[in-house]
Design a protein around this ligand. Structure first.
Ligand code: F0G
Length: 360
């Protein structure tokens, strides 16, 4: 039998040629085997929109902490260790805090997180707590929390691990590499939700670097989607009180605003918005017809795809990749908030058969 690898292999080792790593970085990697997520071919959605296109879901909910943040966090935390830091800090709508807490726990670093009180999904909060982070509920929104984190990390020797940290973007760009590696080329279109705008920035950087290295023969159009109640880039000004059911992207003043516009413009793509109703419809469609359970913010990409398909935006016989950024289990309260009929019964076969409406 082959001796098993003694270390976790994640995106840093796999894509080290495309990352700013030193010998020291490679010696202190903090990894939970992130990345290598599946590219799932949709069967139901292309039929639903009535188009002859191939649609794939890059299901980032299958990363170790259930979101794409792990790709960036492995690198940000590894670099924090390399630079001798003792603590990390972030503002978060939930997923960044879950990921930071997990990687910090593994690295033996202290982790501080500021989250908007009352607007973080339960799954994400439970992760931050269980991984031992110091969680502070801020009586304000994500944008205010991020301003505080920027001030605090500028003053104290604590590493900021929001996507303003360039290593977060570097790590996250590896998702583009995986897509090109899996498809044999870049897709024609890439659809992605936009919150703080780090991820669209990272994907575009990744696609450009792979193209330059001749690992792909084309560049996709980047199609970003914000929630209608939290769509500063679409409206062209910050939103003071962002509101959406997709709490992960409830952001009114994205840190990577300019870079997101650059990705949109350089790729000849667009950044548009979808309503909460459209997000929920897409969220349910994916779960009920394609068997893929993502969180509401992730479904913003699919809602956007459906919206564009209705406008006949896509060319036939093209390939579309949709990033599903986080797992549906992150937000159990929302998942159980619909009018599903909940039935209970005595543990008797006759009763169950009757409920199942089977002939006896
Ligand atoms: N989808 C999910 C599930 C997210 O958690 C986020 C961001 C996004 C999409 C948007 O990505 O910010 O790079 O444009 N969540 C951050 C957090 C803000 O704190 O977890 P983005």
């Amino acid at each position: 039998m082959k001796k098993p690898k003694e270390r976790s292999i994640g995106i840093i080792e796999r894509y080290q040629k495309f990352l700013p790593v030193t010998k020291k970085t490679l010696e202190c990697i903090i990894s939970l085997n992130e990345g290598n997520t599946p590219l799932i071919l949709s069967e139901a959605l292309s039929k639903h929109i009535g188009l002859n296109v191939r649609i794939y879901y890059k299901f980032e909910g299958l990363n170790p902490t259930g979101s794409f943040k792990d790709r960036g966090m492995t690198f940000a935390v590894t670099k924090a260790i390399e630079e001798g830091r003792k603590a990390v800090m972030c503002a978060s709508t939930g997923n960044t805090s879950a990921s930071a807490a997990a990687y910090a726990a593994r690295a033996g670093l202290k982790c501080f997180v500021l989250v908007p009180e009352g607007n973080v999904a339960k799954g994400k909060l439970s992760q931050a707590f269980r991984h031992g982070a110091q969680v502070v509920m801020v009586k304000g929104n994500f944008d205010e929390a991020l301003e505080l984190v920027k001030e605090i990390t500028a003053k104290y020797p604590i590493q900021l691990v929001n996507s303003l940290n360039p290593y977060r973007i570097e790590g996250q760009k590896t998702a583009s590499f995986e897509i090109c590696d899996a498809l044999g080329d870049a897709p024609d279109y890439h659809v992605i939700p936009v919150g703080n705008a780090g991820n669209i920035t990272a994907y575009w950087k990744g696609y450009k670097e792979y193209f330059k290295a001749q690992k792909s023969s084309q560049l996709p159009k980047m199609l970003g989607f914000q929630a209608a109640g939290a769509a500063p880039i679409v409206h062209g000004h910050p939103i003071k009180a962002p509101e959406t059911v997709a709490t992960a992207i409830r952001i009114g003043n994205p840190a990577s605003w300019k870079q997101a516009e650059q990705a949109r413009d350089e790729s000849n793509g667009l950044i548009d918005m979808v309503t909460d109703d459209e997000i929920i419809a897409a969220y349910r469609f994916l779960a009920e017809h394609d068997g893929v359970f993502c969180e509401p913010a992730s479904a913003a990409s699919v809602a956007g795809l459906i919206k564009l398909a209705q406008k006949k935006y896509f060319k036939e016989e093209t390939t579309i990749v949709c990033t599903l950024t986080g797992h549906g289990l992150k937000d159990p309260d929302l998942a159980l908030s619909f009018d599903d009929s909940i039935v209970s019964a005595e543990p008797k076969i006759e009763e169950i058969i009757k409920i199942m409406d089977m002939e006896t």
